[in-house]
Design a protein around this ligand. Structure first.
Ligand code: KIV
Length: 245
């Protein structure tokens, strides 16, 4: 699984054979430049998701329910989800939390909409945690996470993202569930992995957590390409006689 937020990248990832594209609310950070995922709106998520869907022919497209669009009550959660499904053409939604959002998860599922859970570091709760460090290192939090994973599975979620938790805990949870877990900073025993595209392609070079493997350095390559473009124009070398009408 990889994130995408627009048509062009979604088309590349879908063509490359990725199973799942997540239209993450990380769009708030990497597309809009906000410090957290909290400011992104439902309308903005719908804009990103509909573009991603237009770029896909094979990949499953999952959309994050943004902060404030589902925490109020289960009716609000369903209304937000129905907007996403109707206005984007995506296949499923993802929401952060366990027991505390269970009513909403059940109501959305009862409307026939597939739901993916998200446990561990849940960035929409950053002001409760106070930091982006590894979650569930202590026994009480680890026990709650295991219980939440069971509850989400029993409710009918088709998968769960496990973010930034100890690899041993992710291994235990993954082994105990029959639905797949998708890890980010949760070790190799999850059933699948997800990365934010800007991080794995090296577009965003300020973010270098230990769990990240950077497959390209697009920041550097793009900077060099733009330098060449500027140089060519200033040297009156672009456009040349073959690049004009
Ligand atoms: O918003 C996002 O990109 C996510 C992934 C980090 C799982 O939720």
């Amino acid at each position: 699984m990889i994130t995408a937020y627009d048509y062009s990248f979604a088309k590349i990832f879908d063509g490359a054979g990725i199973d799942i594209i997540l239209v993450g609310d990380s769009a708030s950070n990497v597309m809009a430049g906000h410090e957290t995922t909290l400011p992104i709106t439902l309308d903005q998520m719908i804009y990103h998701a509909s573009a991603v869907v237009r770029g896909c022919t094979k990949s499953l497209v999952i959309v994050d329910l943004p902060f404030g669009s589902y925490q109020g009550n289960s009716k609000e959660a369903l209304i937000s989800t129905i907007r996403i499904m109707k206005e984007t053409g995506a296949h499923a939604i993802k929401m952060e939390g366990g027991e505390e959002i269970l009513d909403s998860v059940k109501r959305i599922l009862s409307a026939g909409i597939p739901v993916m859970g998200h446990l561990g570091l849940t960035p929409q709760s950053i002001y409760k945690f106070g930091t982006y460090t590894v979650r569930a290192k202590e026994e009480t939090e680890a026990e709650k996470l295991k219980r939440d994973a069971e509850l989400l599975q029993e409710a009918g979620c088709f998968g769960i993202v496990l973010e930034k938790i100890p690899a041993t805990l992710a291994e235990e949870v993954s082994a105990s569930l029959s639905i797949p877990t998708i890890g980010i900073g949760a070790g190799k025993h999850c059933d699948g992995q997800v990365l934010v595209m800007h991080d794995m392609l090296g577009i965003n070079i300020e973010f270098k957590p230990r769990f990240l493997r950077q497959y390209l350095n697009l920041h550097q390559q793009i900077t060099e390409a733009v330098h060449s473009y500027i140089t060519d124009i200033k040297a009156n070398d672009f456009p040349n006689e073959h690049e004009q009408y």
